[in-house]
Design a protein around this ligand. Structure first.
Ligand SMILES: *Cc1c(COP(=O)(O)O)cnc(C)c1O
Length: 400
């Protein structure tokens, strides 16, 4: 399968730090849902670079906007404004207003972890001295920088890097009583995913999310929603929180916001954002013009095609086909953020490997399930093609 293998010594040893495991395929080119590796072999991308390329690879609307901007103005620092970043922040704020009924302000950054760092600093400033705690869920994923890692509810990921920053506690996902019991006067905020993506594509219930909203209101805490994976139409709504009909205080975004251009954002209700003063946060690349152009192009294109409706309808179509496959025990998720549960007797990694060999990119999100998050622009025939490939591999008994 190895389209490109790195040796461990000599001139062609792997130039990357060994944090990602051995790469098995090297992709050279993409268009829509299709990818081609360096040998010219074609694949269907049902992972989208982990829910990033939601408008398909090399979407012309995004590529044109980025190309035009980089040929006009790329970067001027935060001492000055530029029209592209200003428009991006305005577009994000407009989207949050339409979906949550609130106006706010935006900090542009480069990744999901950085967006969560903003949320955590905002919570600490909002809480004031002695009130700095952030409660998040076990099984959650919030990023790899130290504070985002501390918020991530996966103790095994903390272990090699102890001591973690202080002020983080974790409670079982979905257990409102445990969340309530964890709140003491040192807690300033709750940070939660509406669907745990890295945790296995586990959606929160509406009652749980509404319960958190009520608790935060009663105790004066910020409800901060990590929409890095769920945001930008992925789940069949612009944001995951819309499924529960709640209005968060802080929303973090990345992945789908740039369709592959590295950009993230933290949004906060205006009175919450107002606790920040000049000097409290920053980043050289905050509001760089090219990233701004990518964000505005993504939002405009998603509005034009009504991406939330497409994700909802295609997600239903896909889930119904998946659940009929012999060997798929259940299908989880919302919209086009899905997991096919293969059951305890099946090794999802082996299934992933066999699918990759046959030209379908997926992800073994845990030991027994496959995460499927294709571009929202994927045509129905390609859903059928993917379903046939999965059915074929499972019928052969791969992973049993
Ligand atoms: C991917 C992800 C992050 C981290 O984003 P990076 O861009 O990798 O830093 C944070 N939260 C959630 C929910 C994610 O899925």
């Amino acid at each position: 399968m190895s389209a490109h293998a790195f040796s461990t010594a000599g001139a062609d040893y792997c130039p990357f730090m060994p944090v990602f495991g051995a790469p098995s395929v090297m992709f050279e080119r993409g268009s829509g849902t299709e990818l081609w590796d360096v040998t010219g072999k074609r694949y269907l991308d049902f992972l989208s670079g982990i829910a990033v390329v939601s408008l398909g690879h090399c979407n012309p609307a995004v590529s044109d906007a980025v190309t035009k901007q980089i040929n006009t103005l790329s970067h001027v620092s935060n001492f000055f404004a530029n029209p592209a970043a200003t428009k991006a922040a305005t577009d994000i704020n407009q989207l949050l207003h339409e979906t949550s009924g609130q106006w706010g302000q935006v900090f542009l950054c480069n990744s999901g972890a950085e967006a969560n760092e903003v949320a955590i600093k905002l919570a600490r400033k909002f809480g004031g001295r002695g009130r700095y705690g952030v409660v998040s869920a076990l099984g959650s994923f919030h990023g790899r920088t130290l504070a985002a890692l501390a918020a991530t509810g996966q103790p095994a990921k903390h272990e090699p890097f102890q001591p973690m920053p202080e002020g983080f506690r974790h409670v079982p996902y979905g257990d409102l009583g445990a969340l309530e019991a964890s709140i003491d006067p040192s807690v300033a905020a709750v940070l939660i995913e509406t669907v745990q993506g890295e945790g296995g594509v586990i959606p929160a219930t509406t009652e749980y999310l509404r319960g958190i909203r009520r608790l935060c209101d009663e105790r004066g805490l910020l409800m901060m929603i990590d929409e890095v994976q769920t945001g930008f139409a992925r789940t069949g709504e612009w944001f995951g929180f819309q499924h529960a009909g709640i209005a968060p205080d802080v929303v973090t975004m990345a992945k789908g916001i740039g369709n592959g251009f590295p950009v993230g954002a933290a949004w906060a209700r205006r009175d919450v954002a107002a606790v920040f003063q000049p000097g409290d946060h920053g980043s050289t690349y905050s509001g760089t013009a090219v990233a701004g152009a990518a964000v505005s192009a993504v939002i405009a294109e998603m509005r034009r095609i009504d991406a939330p409706t497409l994700a909802r309808e295609k997600g239903e179509y896909f889930a119904q086909k998946l659940v009929q496959i012999d060997g798929v025990e259940a299908v989880r998720g919302q919209g086009l953020l899905r997991a096919a549960e293969l059951g305890p007797g099946r090794d999802a990694k082996a299934v992933f490997t066999a699918l990759l060999e046959r030209g379908l990119v997926t992800n073994a999100v845990n030991a027994t399930s496959l995460r499927l998050a294709p571009p929202i622009t994927t045509p129905l025939e390609q859903f059928d093609e993917a379903v046939d490939l999965i059915a074929g591999v499972l019928a052969e008994g791969v992973g049993l």
